[in-house]
Design a protein around this ligand. Structure first.
Ligand code: CUA
Length: 151
């Protein structure tokens, strides 16, 4: 009799796991479009918005930074935004997987070729913020860095 209970229980557990995996797969499929969007890494330079990288004011206190990552640098290499503004970084890679980590913040994103990564950060304190690539991307990985100046 106990075996029957255990069998039913373990079967139930397996069913629950399968359900969880199914739900996760479904959720992943239906991730926000910004994370799913496909872009041809070879054509980044001629694909909007990456054909025109830079800092753009998008609202009263909102900015968008359009940036490309490539071995071994960031374009643009230097960015300036006002303190307290909501800054959205729109990122893509032109070659391999790079990282986008802003020192002194919680921003730590993976930038995958073929995809558009969006991260938002409000820099409350003025200063210079170092951005590092934290995914090994080749021989120049250690040198891949840029600066965000917050004024
Ligand atoms: Cu790019 Cu490491």
């Amino acid at each position: 009799r106990y075996e029957k209970i255990w069998l039913t229980l373990s079967f139930g557990v397996i069913l629950i796991f399968m359900l969880i995996i199914g739900v996760q797969a479904f959720a992943f499929e239906h991730a926000p479009p910004s994370h799913k969007e496909i872009i041809d890494p070879q054509k980044v330079d001629v694909t909007a918005p990456f054909d025109n990288p830079g800092v753009f004011q998008t609202g009263e206190n909102e900015y968008e930074v359009v940036m490309t990552l490539q071995a071994f640098g960031f374009t643009p290499h230097e960015v300036e935004v006002p303190a307290g503004a909501k800054v959205t970084f729109t990122l893509t890679s032109k070659d391999v997987i790079h990282g986008f980590q802003i020192a002194q913040t919680n921003v730590n994103a993976m930038v995958v070729p073929g995809h558009i990564q969006k991260v938002t950060q409000t820099f409350s304190k003025p200063g210079e913020y170092l951005v590092l690539c934290n995914e090994y991307c080749g021989i120049g990985h250690e040198m891949m860095a840029m600066t965000i100046t917050v004024k």
